[in-house]
Design a binder for this molecule. Sequence first.
Ligand code: ZN
Ligand code: ZN
Length: 574
Amino acid sequence: MKNKELADIFDRWANILEFMGDNPYHIRAYRNAARLIRDLSEDIEVLAREGKLTKLPGIGQRLQAKILEFLRTGKIEEFEKLKASVPDTIFTLLDIPGVGPKTVKLLYDRLGIRSLEDLKRAIERGDLLKLPGFGPKKVEKIRKGIELFEKASGRILLGIAVFIADGIINQLKEHSAVERISVAGSTRRMKETVGDIDILATGKNLEIIDAFVNLPNVKEVLWKGTKKATVIVEEGEQVDLRVIEPDSYGSALQYFTGSKSHNIHLRTICIKQGYKLNEYGLFKGDVKIAGRTEEEIYEALGMDTPPPEIREDTGEIEAALEHRLPELIDYGDIKGDLHIHSNWSDGASTIEEIALKAIEMGYKYIAITDHSKSLRVANGLSEEDLLKRNEEIDRLNKKFQGKIKILKGTEVDILPDGSLDYNDEILSQLDFVVAAIHSRFTQDNTKRILKAMENPYVNAIAHPTGRVIGQRESYPVDIEAVIKKAAETGTALEINAYYNRLDLKDVHCRLAVKYGAKLVISTDSHHVDHMWMIKLGVGTARRGWVEKKDVINAKGLRELQKFVKEKRKKFGIS
Ligand SMILES: [Zn+2]
Ligand SMILES: [Zn+2]
């Protein structure tokens, strides 16, 4: 699908126009087109072929012509010309969180700042403070933005890497030349950001390489040999594929999965036992002992095989040697998604569409958790609308009886003083209540969250630290205090599986397990096409040594309802 690539072009177009001070109406048209195309569930090429482009809201004849030009030629002449008229480095500046086109223009016009380096120097010299509307607070925000940007640049979000890798593997798996195939590297370890995407395969090498470089979503072939190829895919990321000899597949997979620190520690164990381990196999002298599978390598060393997600040298090697590895929650263990927005608030899908998707995914239940009234930007529901929505859920539950249970939920705002955006009367009518902070990200939010957990109807805290990967750090919060309170009150902490959140993150999950707090893994989907991301949340949980028993939505409906009831009982409500 070329949707994302096209949306990126329109976004950049809007940025350049804004940078140049073009008229706002014009800018908005491109911005809206970008958003629309990015959120489309259909392939833009298919819509174009069927002549349906101008049926999309905001797409007129002019935009249609541009979209068609892009689909035909891979670029848009007018955009290429426009792009050439502004310095390239401006785009880097626009990618810094908290720096919009207007700021970039001001920096450029007044201080001649054209690049990230220029900007950093100007901040150091205190030049920014001389600009109108730039106080110490604003400058600090930009400095933080640069820090985040530099940390994230060159890294790919896990969700994007998984999406690309799964897409490629699912296509190649069907090919008769392919015997075994797997992703390796940090994508296999489900790290929240990954460096590059590595795929390993066994089979007929020439045919596999050919099939790989000719996949429909390959945009450019950087290198093609007989056993290895490197391509750029439509999403703009680089993917490497290596074809491995079958009797080295396990050792190559082990080697390329890492982490570096896991492999270094593992090698010291090999040396102690008189072995040598490399990507070709486990050797004693010149004799190869193992290499076909990862399991036979670890077994030869007297160890259990640590799941890839925990190979970070944080105790898994010792546990594998002593045969006490945790039984991690599995990707198929989730029985239902408990944080989904419908089109009653700011979601794009109807409750019925969500239910159908959930049935397709094999879920037993879902919770529809639309936003509460104070969150006006997200079309939060008034009490009246919430109750009306509940009636629709009742109706759908009758329709889908025996197939899935739709729980009445909310993502209720935790107000600045820790009270909730709906009163208890309303909350008591819901099956599952998720509470969350969506405002005042700079204040210490510990007390605010602790107080919300004291409410008997609050079953989970959504995205508990508020961080957005590469864009926003966690708000100040004492996560240990939150975890202890969660365990004490019988409130679950969410692992928000949405690809740019993954919040709680892995290390916090591990801390939660240590204190006996329960977790819930949910996607925060705003469209049925987001629901697959549950996989990213399970991966994050596995990285945090989370077991099935720690996760409330790995349990059946009855046990989940018991979890809700028990908290109410604890607070004297029957
Ligand atoms: Zn939220
Ligand atoms: Zn949400």
